[in-house]
Ligand binder design. Sequence first.
Ligand code: PHE
Length: 345
Amino acid sequence: MNPLIEELKDLSRQALDAVQRAGDERALEAVRVEYLGRKDGRISGVLRGLASLDAEERPAVGAEANRVKQLVAEALETRAGAFSHKAARAPGLDLTLPPRSPWRGTVHPVSQVVDDIWQIFKSLGFTRARGPEVDDEWYNFVALNTPLDHPAADEQDTLYLGPELLLRSHTSPVQIRTMQAYEPPIRIIAPGMAYRRDTYDATHTPAFMQIEGLVVDEGVTFVDFKATLAEFARRFWGPGTRVRFRPGFFPFTEPSAEVDVKRVIVRDDGSREETPWIEIMGAGMVDPAVLDNVGYDSERYTGWAFGMGPGRIALLKYGVPDLRLFYENDMRFLGQFAVPRGGAS
Ligand code: PHE
């Protein structure tokens, strides 16, 4: 046998052995270069020597060289396949990097407050109602006993979209729509956005959340209202919470009130801490004119209503100094109130 064929067989044994011993991709690449490398590869070297062989010896040696080359190449391939379980072979892809943690949406802090408020009223027998954010003058003002020359109806205060069309300036038009659609007894909570031409500052935004409440039935009195509100406040802020009613004015309630709460925190050692009085809503007994406007018998039915600002309540609850933070959607801010979705129903 030609000594070159001997040498090739020997090289192939060594190469296959080296392939098996290679512990990682780098070692494997070194084996490839050593045996199959174009310039200094040992098997390639033998192939280059073919030229100096006699013509009749060439075919056999050449065939053997190609067979060995093929064999070693396949062995390299197989071995590389074993490593690819540990790391993908695509350049620039490092599968050892920790994965990005999946992004989880959370409930907006104002929505959390709305949910908490809703849960309390739901347990008191209220249902939820809603109405359109684009409404007309009749629902937003006229039906609510507010004449169109009232300052609230002025273009200075309300965002008009057309001659009679506007962005509702409060959630009170939902009172009208609900009473038109249902007969008493009514007991609803209607959270939603409201819009005003307000300055944009720490306590005002032109778009804000409001929660409307409305109760209408026979024999409903101001005492029912006070008791319901006191119960709500104690459940929301704690048992020591105090509620205060100040006289107010709204065209659609008579009498009207502004409602303040004061939290009284009693510590384990008996010491007390009181917050200042904080205004949380406008409210009052539904004006009989409003009941007439929806076709209710105002001799038979009475009711009370309120409009609450959950944005303000969220400010107080979380100690946030500026209302604008709630509406600018900076994830670094909102992410701090990380309650996963689906908490409340
Ligand atoms: N709609 C009033 C406001 O936006 C609040 C309110 C609602 C007052 C219901 C009384 C009754 O200021």
